[in-house]
Ligand binder design. Sequence first.
Ligand SMILES: Cc1cc2nc3c(=O)[nH]c(=O)nc-3n(C[C@H](O)[C@H](O)[C@H](O)COP(=O)(O)OP(=O)(O)OC[C@H]3O[C@@H](n4cnc5c(N)ncnc54)[C@H](O)[C@@H]3O)c2cc1C
Ligand code: FES
Length: 499
Amino acid sequence: MDTSSLWRAIARAPGFGTLQGSVECDVMVVGGGITGVTTALLLAQQGRKVVLLEAETIGSGSTGHSTGNLYATASRGLSGIASHWGDPVAREVLAARTAAVDFVEAQCRDIPSALFTRCALYRAARFASDHAAIEQEHKVLARLGCRVRLDSGLPGGLPPPSGQVLVLEDQAQFQPQAYVAALAQRAAQAGASIHEHSRVVEFDFKQRVATTATGTVRAGEMVLATHSPKGVHVVHAEMPVHREYAVAFEVGAVDPGPGIFWWEGDEGLSVRILEHEGRRFLVAIGPEQKVGTHNAKAALMAVEAMANSYLSPGRAVHRWSAQNYRSHDGLPYIGRDHSGCFVASGFAADGLTWGTVAARGIAAQLAGQRDTFIERCTPGRFTPVKGGKALLEEFSTMAQSLVKDYVTHRKQEKLVSLAPGDSAIVDSEGETVAAWRSPEGELFAVSSVCTHMGCKVHWNSVETSWDCPCHGSRFRPDGTVIEGPAIAPLQRKQVRGIG
Ligand SMILES: Cc1cc2nc3c(=O)[nH]c(=O)nc-3n(C[C@H](O)[C@H](O)[C@H](O)COP(=O)(O)OP(=O)(O)OC[C@H]3O[C@@H](n4cnc5c(N)ncnc54)[C@H](O)[C@@H]3O)c2cc1C
Ligand code: FES
């Protein structure tokens, strides 16, 4: 299935060259999503020698597969942050995120393709069981001084809500791929060396050296803007990882215009409209699914079915999926961690704004400026007592994955009959092997043990990948890394007698 996002399909690719040879610089940024590109721009503007390495192309991670909504609040609600951290910290969150949205707006003034628009954010319920959450969120946002109100309906033919709708004014939305591509060009104009198709395959965090297939970068500082930091970092123990499935339709009967539309609950949906060169699209994103523990095709079909039944859209034109990493206490992880490098992660589904907050915070720290909110977001704040219950659940998923799969995998004789397009975890001479046969009949067999920390990978039928439930590493059928903290590929395996 073609899983390119609407944003990437309609944006122009910037086309930076691959890293060649040895290079030295002040700061190396690994990752060309919104976090990495914004960091590179700000550091280049400070006059530093910056090298940015992107494994694939600018925006190819979650940034180019997001929804393009920018908001001061958090998708899981600010009331959770206020009750965990107190109102003063919730106000800091609002201030940092508002400043980040304003920063994006300022950058977009001369990037018309980024389609930046100010709009309201609507939070609605489909069932009475979600009324209390909306009322609570309204109470907290009002107490914190936001321009928020409760309304009785939704615009543009959207289905009538159950109960009242929370409306938060003065938020925004844009075209995330066009933005990040233009920002990368701006960073290059400011002096940053940007390289696409330059995956770092070896890291020396202590010496700040990164090696790709075609070159090496030595730097004074290293920023891991890879969404989840590469290698083994303490924050991985704290971050549940989820995938979200998206479908872009041609607009049908329902066309609410600019706005961020969120329906609460397990059957929640996030909806927005995009107008591009006279065509109007309705983008629908479904609820989060834990990586490596769900049926990807069923999750995608559920989003499409939900959108079809509630929003009467036209033809579905793009389907895609992307990943988010959530912290256990509602704040992101930003700053230097035990590796000595800067990390930026734990953004949940709010990382277009958090990534911008992180880039500004890291650039300020490197310039010697202090920011109490960024200091609060230090990855070193790990205290298992906070968020302990969720932490235990996370470790339990990891343990189940390690134990359950080693006893329930399929036997080798199944592999012989593996049909084109089918996948299986099988025994092969005492080892477990993850196998997939391409539609053309070629068999790909790799180790089923994730190279990050040894959990067992699971098949993702939508994106034809092996996904690890523990910390979200994902691998292609030939074992190469797609995303997540793993650095090394899954080992290729020979399965004797089977072609
Ligand atoms: C479906 C979905 C919708 C979302 N919608 C929104 C939204 O509307 N608003 C919002 O605020 N947030 C949203 N988010 C969250 C947001 O998309 C992410 O938090 C944000 O894009 C993260 O940006 P990033 O730059 O940190 O990471 P990414 O965009 O993932 O970039 C990381 C980059 O690092 C590169 N990389 C990885 N490993 C290496 C390596 N070894 N060498 C070199 N490069 C490497 C990757 O190729 C990638 O390009 C959404 C998330 C999902 C899943
Ligand atoms: S991602 Fe950590 S063990 Fe697989």
